[in-house]
Design a protein around this ligand. Structure first.
Ligand code: AMP
Length: 288
C-alpha cells in the first residue's frame, strides 16, 4: 500500500459489535485506546488519535452527537454531521475502528439514568449551559463501559470537561487512564473547533484575538498585576473586534477549577464568549 493511502476501517453501530471487536483484540493481548468525539473531525481530533496510537495497539474513535449535552436553545440540529469524511480522517490518523451508534442505541426506550459530577463541573460552563455536564458525564461513562479501553483521550481544549471526566473516573473507580492532550491551534493561535465552521470571514479574522487576550492576561498576572484589571482590559480588547461580553473569563485552580483571585498555585485561565452567533471557548495554563 502506498504510504499516503488511507486504510479502510470498520464502523460499528451497536455496542454488541463494538464489544466483539474489542474482545478479539483483548484475546490477542492488544491494548485499546478510546477517543470520544461528536464528529466533524479536524486536526485536533486527529492529534488525539495519533496520541492514542502512540501508546495503544488499537484505537477506537467514537462519533456521537449527544443530544443530552445540548441545551434546548443550542445547536444540536445544526451541529455538523459528515460521517464518511470523519471515518476517512479517523483512519488516516490511525484509528482501527469507528463506533457510531444512533440515539436509540445509546438511549433505548426506558433509559432514565444520569451521571452527575459535582466539584469541577460547577460554575464556568455549567452556569451558562445547565445540564451540559450531566449529559456529557452520562455519555462518557457509557462509552467507557461499552468499550472498556485501557486509556481514553480528551483535549485540553475542553478543559473543564477533562477535569470532570478525571473526577468521575476516580469517583466511580472506572478502570481507565484518562489522558489530556494539549490544544491544537491554527497558525494564528485560534483553537481548532468544529464550531469554527460557523464563523464568517470577518469573524474568522477577529477570532485569534481571543487566544491573544488570554496570553496577555496570563502575562499580566504573572508579572504581579491585578487580575481584575487585566481581565477588564482583555474584555475591552475583545469588544473592540466584535466579541460579545464574555460568559466568563476566570482564573481557576488547575485541578478543582475553584476560582482564584491571585496566582498562588498552578492555575488555568478559561474563557467562553460569543462572536456573532458562535460561542467560542478557550483556556491556557498559568503557572506562578
Ligand atoms: P468534540 O467532538 O469537539 O466535542 O471533541 C472531541 C474531543 O476532541 C474532546 O476531547 C475535545 O476536547 C477534543 N478537541 C476538540 N478540539 C480540540 C483541539 N483544538 N485540540 C485538542 N483537542 C481538541
Amino acid at each position: 500500500m502506498p504510504s499516503d493511502a488511507i486504510p479502510i476501517i470498520a464502523v460499528a453501530r451497536t455496542v454488541l459489535d463494538l464489544r466483539a471487536a474489542v474482545g478479539e483484540w483483548r484475546k490477542a493481548g492488544l491494548t485499546v485506546g478510546l477517543v470520544p468525539t461528536m464528529g466533524a473531525l479536524h486536526a485536533g481530533h486527529q492529534t488525539l488519535v495519533r496520541e492514542a496510537r502512540a501508546t495503544c495497539d488499537r484505537v477506537v474513535l467514537s462519533i456521537f452527537v449527544n443530544p443530552r449535552q445540548f441545551g434546548p436553545a443550542e445547536d444540536f440540529a445544526a451541529y455538523p454531521r459528515q460521517e464518511a469524511q470523519d471515518v476517512a480522517r479517523a483512519a488516516a490518523a490511525g484509528a482501527a475502528l469507528v463506533f457510531a451508534p444512533d440515539v436509540a442505541e445509546m438511549y433505548p426506550r426506558g433509559f432514565v439514568t444520569s451521571v452527575s459530577v459535582g466539584g469541577p463541573s460547577q460554575g464556568l460552563e455549567s452556569t451558562h449551559r445547565p445540564g451540559h455536564f450531566d449529559g456529557m458525564a452520562t455519555v462518557v461513562s457509557k462509552l467507557l463501559l461499552q468499550c472498556g479501553p485501557d486509556r481514553a483521550y480528551f483535549g485540553e481544549k475542553d478543559y473543564q470537561q477533562l477535569q470532570v471526566v478525571r473526577r468521575m473516573v476516580d469517583d466511580l473507580n472506572i478502570p481507565v487512564e484518562i489522558v489530556g492532550v494539549p490544544t491544537v491551534r491554527e497558525a494564528d493561535g485560534l483553537a481548532l473547533s468544529s464550531r469554527n465552521a460557523y464563523l464568517s470571514a470577518e469573524q474568522r479574522a477577529a477570532a485569534p484575538v481571543l487566544a491573544r487576550v488570554l496570553r496577555a492576561i496570563a502575562e499580566g498576572v504573572k508579572a504581579g498585576r491585578v487580575l481584575s484589571d487585566e481581565i477588564a482590559q482583555g474584555v475591552v480588547r475583545l469588544r473592540t473586534v466584535g466579541f460579545d461580553a464574555p460568559d466568563y473569563i476566570a482564573l481557576c485552580d488547575a485541578v478543582t477549577l475553584a476560582p482564584m483571585e491571585r496566582l498562588d498555585r498552578a492555575a488555568r485561565l478559561l474563557v467562553a464568549v460569543r462572536l456573532g452567533k458562535t460561542r467560542l471557548i478557550d483556556n491556557i495554563p498559568v503557572v506562578p
